[in-house]
Write a protein that binds this ligand. Structure first.
Ligand code: APR
Ligand code: PHB
Length: 390
């Protein structure tokens, strides 16, 4: 097989790039290790920046998002027994976010690829990029006992944190920056009315909690949990009790609980790999960087990579201009690191660290008091949360 662009990974990053390139007439093949059902079975975050929502529309995938997604112009931070609102619209100069689940977004991308007869190959095993430093790279994979080969100009590594692409960059070239947090998030999805029309991030002495939602009938809640905890350790009742304990009383009293339809624990990690380009390989999304979910930046950071890469590819194929490709790693990383900083800041501000001294507790409280007394500090939070410009 032959295509100018071979994309490894059929998650949101790979699919969005595939769709955008195809619209511009740049042929591409997506190689995905799992089945479509498996990819769509993953429950992930659900806050989209304004710029990402625009990119979805440009990719002709925005219809259902615009119909079913909710525009949020603010969120709450509960702390010290009070609920303070961050008015995103006011402090970001009129911007907002769209609350729309990543699972739904990925489904829309798959359906858009189907409509355009996009080439998405599922159950591609042993995917391996080759000759990345030459100008004739290729990718091999196995399916049903047979080996296939895709000859291409460029390979896109959009295969997530555990993928093969980043690992194919030589150790002496790749620099990795990492912080693993000493706790995880236990998440529950339930078919119940959300406790609040806007998200509530709660800092509490028992640990962090988040009230989020997918729609007015589907709620998503999280509590900070020790890394050693297993999902089986947490009955639904224990989860609801602990969540209520970490919310202001009036919110806790309003909370409607119900059976969990999904329950999982995710560790919190910050990670960046540099550079994001090696020869003809370009990394994008979780393959190159991970953030803890507190700032809702994960999917959005992937989107900015795709934005840069898409424009760089169009400039290359349509105008013979390689400036964008040459600048990709540097441009993408500059924004990635800002998302890292913001996610680290939100995480540090709102979680209970096992090693926290009373001094650090006071600093967290003071930081929150400062935040809600300073329009400039709120402006900084708001502009980061709605997404810095691409
Ligand atoms: N070969 C082919 N595909 C692979 C391989 C491999 N060796 N390894 C992983 N994949 C596939 C995974 O099965 C997955 O479907 O690559 C895809 C990567 O998707 P994601 O992990 O979702 O990463 P990405 O598309 O970059 O999405 C951005 O933002 O909110 C965060 O983590 C969240 O998934 C989200 C991410
Ligand atoms: C979610 O709805 O899953 C969600 C929302 C906001 C976050 C993290 C997760 O910061």
């Amino acid at each position: 097989m032959k295509a100018p662009v071979c994309i490894i990974g059929g998650g949101p990053s790979g699919l969005l790039l595939s769709q955008l390139l195809d619209i511009e007439g740049i042929d591409n093949i997506v190689l995905e290790k799992q089945s479509r059902e498996y990819v769509l079975g993953r429950i992930r975050a659900g806050v989209l920046e304004h710029g990402f929502a625009q990119l979805m529309r440009e990719a002709r995938c925005g219809e259902r998002m615009d119909r079913e997604g909710e525009i949020h112009e603010g969120f709450f931070i509960a702390h010290d027994g009070v609920m303070d609102r961050v008015d995103l619209h006011k402090y970001s100069g009129g911007s907002s976010v769209v609350v729309y689940g990543q699972t739904e977004l990925t489904r829309d991308l798959y359906e858009a690829r189907d409509r355009m007869n996009g080439k998405v190959i599922h159950n591609a095993e042993d995917v391996a990029p080759h000759d990345l430093k030459s100008d004739r790279p290729y990718v091999t994979y196995r399916q049903g006992g047979q080996i296939f080969r895709v000859d291409c100009d460029y390979v896109i590594g959009a295969d997530g944190f555990h993928g093969v692409s980043r690992k194919s960059i030589p150790r002496e070239v790749l620099q990795e920056f990492e912080r693993v947090y000493p706790f995880g998030w236990l998440g529950v999805l339930s078919r119940t009315k959300p406790v609040s029309p806007e998200l509530i991030y709660s800092r509490h002495e028992r640990g962090f909690a988040l009230c989020s939602l997918r729609s007015q009938t589907l709620s998503r809640y999280y509590i900070q949990a020790p890394l050693e905890d297993k999902v089986e350790d947490w009955s639904d009742d224990a989860f609801w009790t602990e969540l209520r304990n970490r919310l202001p009383t009036d919110v806790a009293n309003k909370l409607i609980s119900g059976p969990s339809i999904e329950k999982s624990i995710a560790p919190l990690r910050s990670f960046v790999a540099e550079p994001m380009r090696h020869g003809r390989l370009f990394l994008a999304g979780d393959a190159a960087h991970i953030v803890p979910p507190t700032g809702a930046r994960g999917l959005n950071s992937a989107a900015s990579d795709i934005y840069y890469l898409y424009h760089a590819m169009v400039d290359h194929y349509k105008k013979g201009n390689d400036t964008g490709l040459d600048a990709y790693s540097q441009r993408a990383l500059a924004r990635v690191w800002k998302a890292q900083r913001f996610s680290w800041w939100m995480t540090t501000l709102l979680h209970r660290f096992p090693t926290n001294l009373p001094y650090e507790d006071r600093l967290q409280q003071t930081e929150l008091q400062y935040l809600f007394s300073s329009e400039k500090a709120l402006g900084s939070l708001a502009e980061n949360y709605v997404g810095l410009p691409f």
